[in-house]
Design a protein around this ligand. Structure first.
Ligand SMILES: Cc1cc2nc3c(=O)[nH]c(=O)nc-3n(C[C@H](O)[C@H](O)[C@H](O)COP(=O)(O)OP(=O)(O)OC[C@H]3O[C@@H](n4cnc5c(N)ncnc54)[C@H](O)[C@@H]3O)c2cc1C
Length: 200
């Protein structure tokens, strides 16, 4: 595998999440010695999202528990990291990507590891202060400091795992939480009605 990849030249990874950082780690672990650059739209080193709605949100884990690899790993392994930079265009013919600062970067192989974004509700009022989606470390930081004040009325929309975890965390901080979901029994589609009832 490393041989096939090595012939492809410089590797550019668009997206600095778990997939992007793990790809870089695996390339080095499997012996790829060529240039690897990760371009990540967020300002943070690639991090794990699961603690954001659990231990970190509850104040039981610090931010240094969140990175995919220690921040020093990238320089030690000669992996370029451009944080706060977004890929805005791909020119496959020229084998270049365009970044939001106007620069371009050449690649031999390009990995798209751009992940997912929350589905937003385009409703009147959805852009007001106090209304937000949840996915990033910055979202978790912001919500943690607000929820920790306690005594607020909090409405969560979405009764999947993340909505349930956020509702549990908000209640633990002493807030009044209402969870709105499409399903009568939360998580029933994922784990069946019996377990869903248990979590409800
Ligand atoms: C709150 C929360 C809790 C979770 N808990 C669990 C759990 O308990 N168990 C579990 O298995 N999974 C959990 N997940 C899911 C898991 O975190 C995801 O599967 C994982 O984050 C996917 O990683 P990824 O690298 O593919 O994508 P992402 O984490 O979405 O990372 C993609 C990155 O690419 C960046 N990006 C996007 N577009 C561009 C662009 N054009 N240019 C440059 N960068 C770009 C984004 O800003 C982002 O940083 C949770 C997710 C969330 C949000």
């Amino acid at each position: 595998m490393a041989e096939d990849i090595a012939t492809a030249g410089d590797i550019v990874i668009a997206g600095g999440g778990l997939a992007g950082a793990t790809a870089a780690k695996t390339l080095r672990a499997e012996g790829f010695a060529g240039p690897v650059t990760i371009i990540g739209a967020e300002r943070h080193h690639p991090y794990l999202r699961p603690p954001l709605s659990k231990e970190y949100l509850l104040g039981k884990a610090a931010e240094d528990a969140v990175p995919v690899v220690p921040p020093g790993w990238y320089a030690e392994n000669d992996v370029g990291l451009r944080l706060g930079a977004r890929v805005t265009g791909i020119r496959p013919g020229a084998r270049t990507v365009e970044l939001d600062d106007g620069s371009t970067l050449a690649y031999g192989s390009l990995l798209l590891a751009t992940g997912a974004t929350p589905r937003t509700l385009r409703l009147p009022g959805s852009d007001l202060a106090g209304v937000s989606t949840f996915r990033t470390l910055d979202d978790s930081r912001r919500l943690r400091s607000r929820l920790a004040e306690g005594g607020m009325n909090v409405v969560m929309i979405g009764s999947g795992w993340i909505g349930m975890e956020l509702a549990a965390a908000a209640a633990t901080y002493g807030n009044n939480v209402t969870l709105l979901g499409l399903e009568e029994i939360p998580l029933a589609g994922a784990i069946g009605p019996d377990l869903g009832r248990f979590f409800r």
